[in-house]
Design a binder for this molecule. Structure first.
Ligand code: URP
Ligand code: ZN
Ligand code: ZN
Ligand code: ZN
Length: 467
């Protein structure tokens, strides 16, 4: 059955423009836009009319970095695909790109099939996968080609976490060479994990066991060094590079220098690095554990460089690295030893709002908000223009956003399956009102009307952001 939905009276914002226009949706796609008051717009009829007067009409968010149910440090990230994508919808995000994980000694195929199975029938919004390479060898290099053909067109490698996800420089170079040939995009966790592990051991020997030492041993210099090394390896391989969760000013400088040379080197940062700092890691009574993630939170001074990078396009994307662990029973695994605190922060529900607050705070423009949160992540990971914009033919993933409503972020009211909020008590202006996913209402005036299984797996093209 075909339904026509009309979103009337809003300000449509895309990465490219802002216009007062009505949006016509048919069969799950954007059918047409017409400037408000024009004869075309007046003539439209629809089964459902959504009044967006005084509201923004924006593309659904694309969060290119989530970890639902990730196994880590002997436990699992607390959001399932069901709870995590429902929370995403509440926060105005209509596509997630999650990470399937290869286990050491196993094939990529096995890892990917396990993630297909975890997500199948569970998601409230659309989803896709990157692949984490934990074991680069002749066999897995060949498998990369097959995955690219199948729509898994990006691969995360780790210079951190020796003995778990870590790849050495030779493995990294080989994977980059392969991606240069098959069109895949290498995503890098850039921290010198071998050196960090030495510093962790020495800190623990000195009795430095509190969460704040997590931030001290994972040094800025070791993020910058790994970022530099990853860039040089990518140059040698002739491959593009996307550095995930950039947190330090010195790492931004490495990306900027590479981009000034004309290299296809890209950077992502996350809300936690833009809004939180080592002050949070130092909170007493083990509360700092709530803020343990890697790369770690940095001293507040680094935030200016991240905002600047987002303005100068030395950083292109803000994703969440959503990887929640409850304080009770999960973060607590690291009482008395910060290295046993599972790494990761919740945030999939908060990203669009925090970045809208950044617009109000003067850090970015409205169009840049949509660019870094919707359009560029879609382009970077081969989902554009199906996702990330409002244009005829695009999937009708649309958010009606109230730019004037205020809210206080809190675990009491959020929908993520985690017992704390990293932004507890923070007041922000702006709130998601209504969300459509492929034309179906999943949030209707602040009520969840979606369902597990509406979200579809979305195979991806290769990177559309090169050159
Ligand atoms: O602390 C983090 N970021 N946990 C998730 C895994 C990763 O490295 O992205
Ligand atoms: Zn990482
Ligand atoms: Zn520059
Ligand atoms: Zn991550």
């Amino acid at each position: 059955m075909s339904t026509r939905t009309l979103i009337r009276g809003g300000l449509v914002i895309t990465a490219a423009e802002e216009l007062h226009a009505d949006v016509l949706i048919e069969d799950g796609r954007i059918a047409a836009l017409a400037a408000r008051g024009t004869r075309a717009a007046e003539a439209w009829s629809a089964d459902r009319v959504i009044d967006a007067s005084d509201k923004y009409v924006i593309p659904g968010g694309v969060d290119a970095h989530t970890h639902m149910e990730l196994p880590f440090g002997g436990t699992f990230a607390s959001d399932s695909f069901e709870t995590g994508t429902r929370a995403a919808a509440w926060g105005g995000t209509t596509t997630i790109v999650d990470f399937a994980v290869q286990t050491v000694g196993r094939s990529l195929r096995e890892g990917l099939d396990a993630w297909y199975a975890k997500a199948d029938g569970k998601c409230a919004v659309d989803y896709a996968f990157h692949m984490i390479l934990s074991d680069v060898n002749e066999r897995t290099l060949k498998e990369m080609d097959l995955l690219v053909e199948e729509g898994i067109t990006s691969f995360k490698l780790f210079m951190a976490y020796p003995g778990v996800f870590y790849s050495d420089d030779g493995q990294i170079l080989r994977a980059m060479q392969r991606s240069a040939a098959n069109g895949g995009l290498i995503m890098m966790h850039a921290e010198n994990g071998i050196a960090i592990d030495v510093l962790v051991e020495q800190a623990l020997q000195r009795g430095e066991t509190d969460p704040r030492y997590h931030g001290e041993v994972r040094k800025v210099l070791l993020e910058a060094e790994a970022t530099h090394r990853a860039i040089q390896l990518a140059r040698v391989a002739g491959a593009p590079l996307y550095v995930v969760h950039v947190s330090a000013e010195e790492a931004v400088a490495e990306l900027a220098a590479a981009r000034d040379k004309g290299l296809d080197v890209f950077g992502e940062t996350c809300p936690q690095y833009l809004f939180l700092s080592t002050d949070n890691l130092a909170e007493p009574d083990f509360e700092g554990a709530k803020y343990v993630c890697s790369t770690p939170l940095r001293p507040r001074e680094h935030q200016a460089a991240l905002w600047r990078g987002l303005r100068t396009n030395d950083l292109q994307v803000v994703s969440t690295d959503h990887c929640p662990f409850c304080f009770t029973g999960q973060k607590e695994l690291g009482r008395g030893d910060f290295s046993k605190i599972p790494n990761g922060l919740p945030g999939v529900e908060n990203r669009m709002d925090l970045l809208h607050q950044a617009v109000l705070d003067g850090h970015i423009t409205r169009r840049r908000w949509i660019e870094i949160a919707c359009a560029t992540p879609a382009r970077m990971f081969g989902l554009y223009p199906k996702k990330g914009t409002i244009a005829p033919g695009a999937d009708a993933d649309v958010v009606v956003y109230d730019p004037a409503a205020t809210q206080v972020i809190s675990a009491e009211t959020h929908h993520m399956n985690v017992d704390y909020s990293a932004y507890e008590g923070k007041q922000v202006t702006g709130r998601v009102e209504t969300v459509l996913s492929r034309g179906e209402l999943v949030i209707d005036q602040r009520e969840f009307t979606g369902r597990a299984g509406h979200g579809r797996y979305t195979p991806r093209a290769t990177c559309q952001y090169l050159g």
